[in-house]
Write a protein that binds this ligand. Structure first.
Ligand code: PDD
Length: 287
């Protein structure tokens, strides 16, 4: 079965779906994106993803190409046409549109471009990976100053992830020029401190406000865990009781090694395992 994309008002097989060569997303990375996880046939945390999309668009002063309600209906239709049921993801990208190349914004007659694609995700493989935990490497955070905007300009993230892949690791952990751990190349970073608190970097311009982060924070509080949004450095991570990542398609993913240092005893910790289970149990309750 061929995959179906939605491009500016039309559904087309992926191999026939194209954007214009003068699309500003292509020339300037002048656009934003969202990754919506799909589990048990439902779009997970759809409202929160839509809220973040609204914030990203606002941050770059890009108009909605269509109304958010119509967009939601199209997301469901893309899911249906791609027959994604158990596990998957929808990728949505909105750029400022097509215009002759010129750095400043084009005139008001330029309409934002909208592309939506979807694909299945091998959830069984992710579950297996979560049982052993993943290894990560630390890298300098060389990104721009507005990381809260989910911009398609992902060069530093992509290079960091490639460095991780080259080192045989799954993720790269960004450390800023003050030695503070911010987040990973495509996920939120968390640690459990020696005093048993769950720590993650505070929201603001320095990190993406992860939707899974938001959901996991609610869950952790429901489970009676003490959660603190505070800054910490790599040294603190190395002495952590546990570490894990959160993202749309990884849910809660335990981390067991950072650079050469094994975290705790090198296996996923009890809090990471409990949070992953609670998160997935909650997703299943959609049915
Ligand atoms: N990445 N931080 C960064 C830099 C990210 O790119 C992501 C998500 C997250 C986690 O956000 P969420 O929980 O909303 O997925 C944190 C997506 C999945 C991606 O780029 O593919």
């Amino acid at each position: 079965m061929s995959r179906i994309a939605y491009v500016n008002g039309r559904y087309a097989p992926l191999h026939k779906a194209f954007v214009h060569v003068e699309d500003r997303g292509f020339q300037f990375a002048d656009g934003v994106y969202e990754v919506f996880p799909v589990y048990c046939g439902h779009i997970v945390n759809c409202d929160w993803h839509m809220q973040r999309l609204a914030q990203s668009l606002l941050g770059l002063q890009i108009e909605w190409p269509i109304s958010p309600d119509v967009l939601r209906a199209i997301l469901m239709e893309v899911l249906r046409r791609n027959r994604i049921r158990d596990g998957g993801m929808i990728y949505l990208q909105i750029t400022r549109g097509v215009a002759p190349r010129n750095h400043a914004f084009p005139g008001a007659n330029v309409h934002p471009s909208l592309v939506i694609i979807a694909r299945s995700v091998d959830m069984a493989a992710r579950h297996l990976q979560a049982q052993t935990g993943v290894r990560i490497i630390s890298v300098p955070d060389t990104r721009w100053a507005r990381r809260d905007i989910k911009s398609v300009a992902l060069l530093p993230n992509m290079l960091a992830k490639q460095e991780a892949a080259h080192a045989g690791a799954s993720e790269a952990l960004f450390v800023n020029d003050r030695g503070i751990v911010t987040e990973c190349a495509s996920s939120t970073f968390w640690m459990v401190s020696q005093d048993g608190r769950l720590l993650t970097h505070p929201l603001g311009h320095a990190i993406l406000p992860g939707v899974t982060r938001r959901a996991v924070m609610v869950l952790a509080q429901e489970m009676g865990l003490e959660v603190a949004e505070e800054e910490f450095d790599l040294q603190k991570v190395i002495t952590a009781r546990e570490a894990f990542l959160t993202s749309a398609t990884n849910f809660v993913m335990p981390a067991i090694q950072i650079d050469a240092k094994i975290i705790a005893n090198g296996v996923p910790g009890p809090i990471s395992i409990a949070l992953r289970k609670a998160y997935i149990d909650k997703l299943k309750k959609f049915d």
